[in-house]
Design a protein around this ligand. Structure first.
Ligand SMILES: Cc1cc2nc3c(=O)[nH]c(=O)nc-3n(C[C@H](O)[C@H](O)[C@H](O)COP(=O)(O)OP(=O)(O)OC[C@H]3O[C@@H](n4cnc5c(N)ncnc54)[C@H](O)[C@@H]3O)c2cc1C
Length: 496
């Protein structure tokens, strides 16, 4: 098979995509005239391959029956790292036994609905904890900046195998959406269980030797530690058990939300009602600037999305973003974060993150808000240092309250954000508008901690047999790279 690259108008691209097999699609919005770049699959004579041609999209994974397997591996955490590790073990005939503190994805959905209605947070079942991990109720963006981690396309194929749309196989900036992800995660679970793996929900590991219902972990089996970066209690448990941890740089800031129509105008030069918008999808942006010694950049931009309450404990306020597959809300939100250099110790980083989240929670109370409401300020007011008399409409369901983020954000963050927003306005004049609002705090873009592992074996340098992986280990960030890290950890065990 060969490929052919075509640069087309959106109308032409839509027609080609409807008929032929595409292996890559990207949108080029750099010129006034929007272009779509399609890579089309052809035969050796250059004829384009139609959708119904008998050419497989990819080699599907083959999972073995492991009911009677002599080898098993315990996995702590059912996020992308844990689930992809489990599926990889199944491919190689090894029985995965997963322990997940949260609930299955359907029960978790109900807890999230309560949280969105501002009716209480379940500390074990929320946007961070539960089946599918932090990636389940997210934008489901599936790209990773790092190409070195492994076979990213294989991660897309596995998502597709479990029900993700065809587009994730070829879109440069593929995404799934929070309406589709739960079904995919459920099918992964059904596959793991039907082939002989185990999944124990509501099972928080409180010691490496014990699970909460006091059944011992299978002590001579390897343990894949895929806890994500929100399980502060588990980090503290690891520290108390002498697991080697190190401080690492991270980034924290706020979420900014603009009307999506503004972003479409900047990026696509397109009116709101354009039919083509349906084909190319609401526009996203990626911004970065340097303010003195620190980077300020956009993170996890969610076109047509919602800001969500992403805390997992009491008396903290944390926000993040998500969107449905159609990305069709009238709002565009993005984390805007400031790089924070490594703290003196791993625990200091965790403490700083917790303090910031607690301050944000306190500020909501000071402003007369409650529960999962979040502190907010109009963007221009924030940059110009004045109180917002009122706030614009915002996608954050539990509700926002006016607050002086310009006054209470720490000096390592606030002034850098103010200058960063001014810089972004130079790139996209009008970015700095009072129709935009910032909501605090975006404190979990990455972990301030690394669970130190050997570069070759991927085993903890203090605890051989323990394989820290995914975002919580500090070696990955995002769904795709965490999934790849989980696959790599499982392959190390397979090849032992
Ligand atoms: C709202 C939101 C939106 C996001 N959007 C995107 C996006 O669009 N694209 C993207 O790439 N990334 C996104 N992310 C980040 C992404 O979800 C994470 O990078 C990814 O899920 C990390 O995968 P992981 O498996 O390492 O950890 P996690 O997904 O965090 O999973 C860890 C799991 O371990 C469980 N666990 C923790 N401690 C214990 C314990 N002691 N015992 C048992 N179980 C435990 C947790 O309950 C959790 O289910 C988003 C995150 C959030 C919160």
């Amino acid at each position: 098979m060969q490929t052919q690259v075509l640069t087309l108008s959106p109308e032409e691209a839509k027609a080609v995509e409807a008929r032929y097999r595409i292996v890559r699609r990207s949108v080029d919005a750099r010129q006034r005239q929007l272009k779509v770049i399609l890579t089309v699959l052809t035969d050796d004579e250059g004829n384009k391959i139609e959708h119904d041609a008998p050419v497989p999209l990819y080699t599907p994974p083959v999972y073995q029956d492991v009911h009677r397997s002599g080898r098993s591996v315990s996995i702590i955490g059912a996020g992308p790292a844990g689930l992809f590790a489990a599926l990889t073990l199944l491919e190689h005939g090894i029985r995965p036994i997963i322990y997940e503190r949260g609930k299955d994805v359907s029960a978790r959905k109900r807890d999230i609905a309560l949280l969105n209605r501002n009716e209480g947070l379940n500390p074990e079942s929320n946007y961070c904890f539960g089946e599918g991990g932090a990636g389940t109720f997210s934008d489901g963006k599936l790209f990773s900046r790092s190409k070195k981690r492994g076979n990213m396309q294989r991660v897309m194929e596995i998502f597709h195998h479990f029900g993700a749309p065809d587009s994730i196989l070829y879109e440069t900036h593929a995404h799934i959406g929070s309406d589709k992800l739960p079904g995919i995660i459920r099918r992964m679970r059904e596959c793991i269980l039907s082939h002989g793996g185990e999944i124990h929900f509501g099972t928080k590991i409180t010691s490496l030797n014990q699970i909460t219902n006091h059944q011992p972990l299978i002590t001579n089996a390897p343990i894949i530690l895929a806890i994500g970066h929100s399980a502060h209690d588990t980090y503290r448990m690891l520290a108390s058990e002498g697991v080697a941890l190190a401080s690492k740089g991270c980034a924290m800031g706020v979420r900014v939300e603009h009307p999506q129509s503004l972003i479409n105008k900047w990026m696509y030069h397109m009116g709101e009602q354009s039919d083509l918008l349906q084909y190319v999808g609401n526009a996203s942006y990626s911004l970065v600037t340097q303010v003195m010694d620190r980077g300020v950049y956009s993170f996890c931009m969610c076109p047509g999305g919602h800001i969500v309450p992403a805390g997992s404990g009491d008396e903290v306020c944390v926000v993040n973003g998500m969107s449905a597959s159609l990305r069709n809300s009238p709002y565009a939100n993005s984390g805007i974060v400031v790089t924070i250099p490594p703290f003196a110790t791993a625990m200091e980083g965790l403490d700083f993150q917790e303090q910031l989240e607690h301050i944000a929670w306190e500020q909501v109370r000071i402003a007369g808000g409650n529960a999962a409401q979040a502190p907010a300020q109009r963007l221009k007011d924030f940059v110009e240092g004045r109180a917002s008399q009122d706030l614009p409409a915002c996608s954050y369901l539990p509700g926002i309250v006016p607050s002086r983020l310009d006054r209470w954000l720490p000096e390592q963050i606030g002034p850098y954000l103010q200058q960063g927003f001014r810089d972004f306005d130079r790139k996209y004049p009008g970015y700095l508008t009072n129709d935009a609002v910032i909501v605090g705090v975006e404190s979990r873009s990455s972990s301030p901690i690394r669970i130190v592992r050997d570069a070759e074996t991927m085993q903890s340098i203090s605890h051989p047999g323990l394989y820290p992986c995914g975002e919580g280990a500090g070696y990955a960030g995002g769904i795709t790279s965490s999934a790849l890290d989980g696959i790599q950890a499982a392959l190390r065990i397979v090849n032992q």
